[in-house]
Write a protein that binds this ligand. Structure first.
Ligand code: B30
Ligand code: ZN
Length: 274
């Protein structure tokens, strides 16, 4: 039995506001994304810098780009157990191994980030999903409020193209349809997608959920202040090249694949040390 859910851009009758009707956890009090309100945050001295391990290596496993029908996702094969790509520090309770990264975006006229910063929505958002190193299976991690750590990065569109995105952008035409998969160039390194590491000391931290059903409240969220710069035309490749639909189905462009912000309720958002 597969729960049917979608984004409002596909069909209003299965969009984010309806998810809680079929998946009760999506109606919880600790849901993601949220608006990050800088007037209503607490600075936390224990939120120091991240240690990024393996972000700068060419891993032994393959990078698999997948159209999963709701996003374009890149899986790091073999890293769940091997864990050569991982993060620690920054107030995290353990080491967390990278599993996959994926993107949420808008369309030509609508921004598509999931988190907002002082109510501002950015064009696109990157999520790098990590699992607590004490687990090997995501199903076990999803039962633990410290089970997953997701790093979120905003994008800003400008005139200059970001050549570090050429590989990913070029792969999009090979994953146009739901279920399509392709290997990324073997030389790909995760840090090539991010702002320089010196610019990653400012971030926001809170406890939340997966932003898609089953919306499990198992995520330590970090959203970085420094946006990633790409060009408008690189952004347009995401907007125009990929479909929600499988090959042969009525073509529906993958656009606006974001969940709007949910109330913070009793939670607090913390700002990093500097
Ligand atoms: S997010 O970063 O909060 N957007 C999952 C991980 C991170 C986020 C959302 C979901 C996740 O692991 N979901 C369970 C696995 N998925 C398959 C998948 O790999 O992509 C099951 C599903 O939803 O049907 Cu999507
Ligand atoms: Zn996501």
């Amino acid at each position: 039995y597969k729960v049917h859910w979608c984004y409002s851009s596909q069909d209003r009758s299965c969009g984010p506001s309806t998810w809680k009707d079929t998946v009760s956890t999506c109606g919880g009090q600790n849901q993601s994304p949220v608006d990050l309100d800088r007037q209503n945050m607490q600075r936390n001295k224990s939120l120091g810098r991240f240690t990024f391990r393996g972000y700068n290596i060419v891993p032994p496993g393959k990078w698999k780009v997948v159209n999963n029908g709701h996003a374009v996702q890149v899986n790091v094969e073999g890293n769940t157990i091997m864990g050569y790509i991982n993060i620690s520090g920054a107030g995290l309770p353990n080491t967390f191994r990278a599993l996959q990264f994926h993107f949420h975006w808008g369309n030509a006229t609508q921004n598509g980030s999931e988190h907002t910063l002082d109510k501002e929505q950015y064009p696109m958002e990157l999520h790098i999903v990590h699992i607590n190193a004490k687990y090997n299976k995501i199903i076990d991690a999803k039962k633990d409020p410290n089970g997953l750590a997701v790093l979120g990065f905003f994008y800003q569109n400008n005139d200059a193209s970001n050549s570090n995105y050429n590989t990913i952008v070029a792969s999009l035409k090979n994953v146009s349809y739901k279920g399509d998969e392709v290997d990324l160039a073997s030389t790909f390194r995760l840090d090539s997608l991010l702002p320089p590491v010196q610019k990653l000391s400012r971030y926001y931290r809170y406890r939340g959920s997966l932003t898609t059903p089953d919306c499990k409240e198992a995520v330590i969220w970090t959203v970085f202040e420094e946006p990633i710069q790409i060009s408008q035309s690189q952004y347009n490749e995401f907007v125009n090249t990929v479909f929600f639909s499988a090959r042969g189905e009525t073509e529906m462009r993958m656009q606006n694949n974001f969940r709007p912000p949910l109330p913070l309720n009793k939670r607090k958002v913390y700002a990093s040390k500097d």
